[in-house]
Ligand binder design. Sequence first.
Ligand SMILES: C[S@@+](CC[C@H](N)C(=O)[O-])C[C@H]1O[C@@H](n2cnc3c(N)ncnc32)[C@H](O)[C@@H]1O
Length: 246
Amino acid sequence: MQEFEFARPSLATIHRLFDEIPDRYDFLNSLFSFGTDGRWRKRLVEATHHSFVKEGRTTSFCRVLDLGAGTGKSTAEFLHSQSYGRIFGCDFSLGMLGVAHEKMGRSCDFASGDFHSLPVRSESVDVVTGSFILRSAQNLAQLFGEANRILKPGGKVAFLELTRPKNRIFWTLAYLPYLKFYIPLVGRLFSKHNHAYKFLSQSIQTFSDPGKLSAELEACGFVSLSLTTLSWGLATIIIGTKGNVA
Ligand SMILES: C[S@@+](CC[C@H](N)C(=O)[O-])C[C@H]1O[C@@H](n2cnc3c(N)ncnc32)[C@H](O)[C@@H]1O
């Protein structure tokens, strides 16, 4: 499909794309989301905490792994909440991790690795989180399977992802023009990397919806799935618990 030629790039293209934009990533991220990404990240941290608390569990000693941590924006949010034990980040882009490391120093450990095959011991983590990474995955089942493998029994996945608003009027009059005109315009003005913003725009238009993601997580052994819709559906938080059978 020519119109969406950048919606599902190869692993190597994704890798190159993120390695080329780390210095502009935080700035463009805020510009594209009109600064709302910060609020969404806070909601992710709070919702994850709440999902433990409502089961009568504490997160004080939880080990949290942020997949596709990038420049560490969500990793920092988990860290600053002071609700969790240890926070780790993992990403295959050394460029993005370099920015994360500069910002956060030794307060957090970052490792390089592909989230389809993680360099992490089985059943060693309490929370696997990831913000805006699912659209980059080549194989969601493999990513969810890895998350399941490294989680302790009862551990949780908590993903924040860009989604499509359900309201057709909002979609047609506001969001589609935003994807088709605002993103390319801002992308062209502030980035030399055309492919990066084309990927952003096209992957949002074509990616799976939250209901299907939730079903895929269930198929990979997660239970008690919950979806939290943010900003009229522009983003969604998906939380699930590792069940007894993987
Ligand atoms: C859209 S950025 C999100 C970064 C960060 N989570 C945030 O919230 O700003 C996607 C990140 O996922 C990373 N990524 C994409 N595919 C990956 C893979 N297969 N393994 C590890 N990291 C990956 C990219 O390098 C990039 O840093």
